[in-house]
Design a protein around this ligand. Structure first.
Ligand code: JD8
Length: 280
């Protein structure tokens, strides 16, 4: 049962078993504690022929098959709240109920369509999706889904086509798992200590520093002395230095994006564009 303020996530796919990992670990715990309700649906539920057909040949020719619009249309008819148009995007019906209950009318559902042709998924987008009340993940296969399904859904929900990266997968299920894990861990109370949210990669736009634990010496390899010094100021500076060094080496594109392009702080200019003030 989803608790007040909990997030509802509906996932539609022809391979429901692909989403089994959502029963595990912290996402599994968040589900059983009601912080999040995740429903996985088999698209074939909304087919009516003996072969439960979900695909057909592409108009205009070309390789592979395309997912038929009808099963998706019926699925989204069932999962998306019916809205009568009002000027500010909230349905008249929902507004009436809201007025009676004097609460903020519920927002439209957010339909997420994983696709290699989508906007790139980022930590910032994960934070945005973590504010949604109702997410509907549309997991395609084959060459993709008839575009009219998304155009139709946009009448009744905010539709976002999102890619998890510039490489090609077989379908949307793995991408849905990636996005859901990134979003669920941002929900209040899911992560043991929320602090770790602030110190991690991409939280401040930089890659995180290397991490170590006991033993202090392993196979002749030492843990950096600074980390065993107990001097939290030195440790913080070392970690910042390591973050900048790694980011400059592996993801220089992030340095600019980390909002401190160009201003050469007193890091001796070792991180052009980092502008970080290391002295403090
Ligand atoms: C959804 C069908 C396969 C894609 C022909 C291969 C996301 N970053 C990403 N890479 N690939 C996907 C993705 C691939 C998908 C579907 C997402 C549905 N396919 C298609 C077009 C080329 N086949 C993705 N997010």
């Amino acid at each position: 049962m989803r608790r007040e303020g909990g997030v509802r996530v509906d996932i539609v796919t022809i391979f429901p078993e692909y989403l089994a990992p959502l029963d595990l670990s912290l996402i599994g715990k968040a589900r059983s504690s009601g912080q999040i309700e995740i429903n996985v649906y088999d698209l074939r539920t909304w087919t009516h022929d003996v072969h439960r057909t979900v695909d057909d040949s592409p108009y205009g020719g070309g390789p592979g098959m395309v997912m038929r619009p009808e099963p998706w249309g019926e699925a989204l008819d069932e999962l998306l709240p019916v809205l009568e148009e009002t000027d500010d995007g909230f349905s008249r019906k929902l507004r009436e109920t809201a007025r009676q209950e004097i609460v903020q009318p519920p927002r439209r559902a957010r339909v997420i369509v994983p696709t290699p042709a989508g906007e790139l998924f980022t930590q910032a987008l994960a934070h945005e999706l973590a504010t949604e009340e109702h997410l509907v993940l549309v997991c395609g296969r084959y060459e993709g889904i008839d575009q009219r399904v998304l155009d139709e859904a946009a009448q009744r929900a905010r539709v976002s086509e999102i890619s998890i990266g510039d490489y090609v997968l077989f379908g949307g299920e793995v991408a849905a798992l990636v996005m859901l894990e990134a979003v669920v861990r941002l929900l209040p109370g899911v992560l043991g200590n929320a602090d770790s949210l602030t110190e991690e990669s991409h939280a401040d736009g930089l890659l995180e520093a290397p991490v170590y634990t006991k033993p202090a010496t392993w196979r002749g390899r030492e843990v950096p002395e600074v980390l065993r010094s107990g001097d939290h100021g030195r440790i913080a500076r070392w970690r910042r230095e390591e973050s900048l060094r790694r980011t400059a080496e592996r993801r220089p594109d992030l340095l600019g994006a980390a909002g401190n392009a160009g201003s050469a702080g007193d890091d001796g200019g070792r991180f052009p564009g980092s502008g970080t003030d290391m002295a403090k």
